[in-house]
Design a binder for this molecule. Structure first.
Ligand code: NAD
Length: 281
């Protein structure tokens, strides 16, 4: 499959991060001019520099996906420097400890005695839960409002949202992140239908388990060995390994390419080593 994105402008939010920096680079390698948007301006600029050094065209732009004004400012910069957006990857997202329980299961003894430092379901902080919902769901919706307008006007475009395994079946401990990513999968379908008459395709990638800064301490110990949770995940991943960011490249290029996936719209594509296909037995 030869994907040629020459002449296209791609915007990648969260592009300073681990998975989306690799996505930004693969879009640039396929010929797209890439705008890397991130809360961390330095991280965005570093990825852009690496693309430029490799012969591509890219800019790093500071943007907060939760702030409409910041997004509008970023959009004006992208348009002036690269042109109107053709491809949008809504990658900014993540979890927060305040939306996370300490244990997988609530045990009867947890109701009797409060253990210092242990967050039960009953201790979850509404602000923490709200933060995770907003970052993943609202951040995708607001960014799409800002960047899809011109796509709709010219009647062409492709949007990729980033869902998760949590969206299919929630993982223990992370109800806010699971719910937020389920909302992303649902929104992907909703938006695909809503934008179908203006010829914008909307699909999502659901990465399986990738070792990144976001989850490193959850999956591995300081000496590199697997935690109990890391072990459970690998034993439920029939291919027996964590993903590497490059594993997402084929799915991304396939879904953004108007000839390769011309009639594919509203799907959530798992890239997970068969984790979501495995019942555990
Ligand atoms: P990461 O933390 O390396 O990257 C996320 C990036 O988003 C960071 O650079 C961060 O600065 C940026 N960001 C955070 N808040 C922002 C905001 N308000 N506005 C703009 N940028 C903001 O994480 P990652 O693992 O590369 O994750 C990328 C995406 O993939 C996320 O949506 C994540 O939920 C999803 N995901 C990751 C995994 C995994 O195993 N790592 C699995 C499934 C889904």
């Amino acid at each position: 499959m030869k994907v040629d994105l020459n002449g296209k402008v791609a915007v990648v939010t969260g592009g300073g991060g681990i998975l989306c920096s690799v996505m930004a680079k693969s879009l640039a390698e396929a010929g797209a001019k890439v705008a890397i948007l991130d809360l961390k301006e330095e991280a965005a600029k570093k990825v852009a520099d690496e693309i430029v050094k490799a012969g591509g065209k890219a800019i790093g732009v500071a943007a907060n996906v939760l702030d409409l004004e910041s997004l509008k400012k970023a959009e004006a910069i992208v348009k002036a420097e690269l042109g109107a957006c053709d491809i949008l990857v809504n990658g900014a997202g993540g979890n927060n400890p305040k939306g996370t329980t300490s244990k997988e299961y609530l045990m009867p003894e947890d109701l009797v005695k409060k253990t210092e430092g242990v967050t039960t379901f009953f201790d979850l902080d509404p602000a923490g839960v709200g933060f995770v919902f907003n970052l993943n769901f609202l951040g995708t919706l607001l960014t799409t409002q800002v960047f899809a307008r011109e796509m709709a006007e010219k009647g062409a475009g492709s949007i990729i949202n980033i869902s998760s395994m949590n969206a299919f079946t929630p993982l223990t401990k992370i109800p806010a992140y699971s719910g937020a990513k389920a909302a992303i999968s649902n929104f992907t379908q909703w938006l695909a239908v809503h934008f179908s008459k203006v010829n914008i395709r909307v699909n999502a990638i659901a990465p399986g388990f990738f070792l990144t800064e976001q989850n490193r301490t959850l999956l591995t110990n300081p000496d590199g060995s697997l935690t109990a949770r890391g072990n459970t995940i690998l034993s439920h991943t029939p291919m027996g390994r964590f993903g590497t960011p490059d594993d997402l490249t084929g799915a991304l290029l396939f879904l953004v390419d108007d000839s390769a996936s011309s009639f594919i719209n509203g799907v959530v594509l798992p890239v997970d080593g068969a984790f979501s296909a495995f019942s555990g037995v």
